[in-house]
Every structure is written in C-alpha cells, then in structure tokens.
Design a protein. Structure first.
Length: 176
C-alpha cells in the first residue's frame, strides 16, 4: 500500500511539474539609460525610452522587448542639426513621433544573446537582429549592445550623414 501511494504521489509530482511555465522577469527601465548614435560626423543621443522588457536568460521563448523612443528627444548637441534631424527628410517627427522595436525571437550566443525583431522608423518596419549582453545583479541588470542600420532602408536622407547609422545602448533595469 505504501509503495502504491509513493508511486501515485511521484506520478502526480512529475505531472504537476511538467506543466509549470517558467515566469519571465519583468524589467523597469532605469532613467540612467544611454542610447547613442553616430551618423557620419554627427553624434547624438535619444531619450524618451518607454515600453515592456520581459527577459529571462533561461526562458528565451517567453522574453519580449517592445519599446519606443520619442523622436522629439533626439539631440545632436547643436540646435540647428537637432531640428534638421526632426524634419521630413530625416526622421519626420511631425508625422512619425516614435521609433519602435518589437522582438520576435531571442537566441543565446557564445558572447551573450541575439534578439530578432522589427525596427520601425518613419512608418517603415524592417526585420533586423542584433547582439546584446545582459548582466544581472540581484534585482537589477544592464542590457548593452550595438548595431548598425542603413539610412536608405528607412528613407532617411543620407546627405551629410552617410549610409550607416551606428547605435550603441546601455540600458540599466530594475526587476518590477
């Protein structure tokens, strides 16, 4: 009888744990983040980062990045160049006030992680992927990465900036 009870309890435990879904951690973006870009000789920053970051290095399938940036927060360190970047030929802030990224998949790599998703600029959405690292400390962490986009892909005038726009980010987060 005890043997039968043990077998039944064991089967119940195995069945119950087989359907437990890992809980992906929700992260709140710390305001000390940094989004920097270089386009030719122009260097600048973006602020206004908002969105959802759910990430667990042990649950890639449950991880999500769904973030936006306020185009009107772009800063090139010079008022004239900053205003020009917001104009129609560049980011067209009046008609497209946000830049968005939504993930579709995460992959562990030898050096960290890779995220695949859709980057939307000026209403144009393109598939892309980029590498990043995540350093976790207790109930906080930091995402770091870099990637390059091409001005022509998003109908951004390349006059004075060249074809490539290089973006570097450091995003500290807190567990929420």
């Amino acid at each position: 009888m005890q043997k039968a009870n043990f077998i039944i309890l064991s089967l119940l435990f195995i069945t119950a744990t087989a359907f437990v879904t890992p809980v992906t951690t929700n992260w709140t973006i710390d305001n000390k983040y940094s989004i920097k870009f270089t386009a030719g000789e122009n260097k600048g920053t973006l602020r206004g980062l908002k969105g959802t970051i759910q990430f667990d290095e042990n649950d890639m399938a449950g991880s999500v990045f769904n973030v936006t940036f306020d185009v009107n927060t772009i800063d090139l360190g010079d008022e004239e160049r900053t205003n020009q970047a917001k104009e129609k030929d560049w980011l067209d802030a009046a008609n497209h006030p946000t830049i968005g990224f939504t993930s579709s998949a995460f992959i562990k790599t030898a050096k960290g992680f890779e995220v695949r998703g859709h980057l939307k600029i000026k209403g144009i959405s393109k598939d892309m992927s980029f590498p990043f690292t995540f350093t976790k400390k207790t109930k906080a962490g930091v995402f770091k990465g870099a990637f390059t986009i091409y001005a022509a892909d998003y109908k951004i005038s390349n006059e004075g900036i060249g074809e490539e726009i290089k973006i570097n980010f450091t995003i500290p987060v807190k567990e929420s």
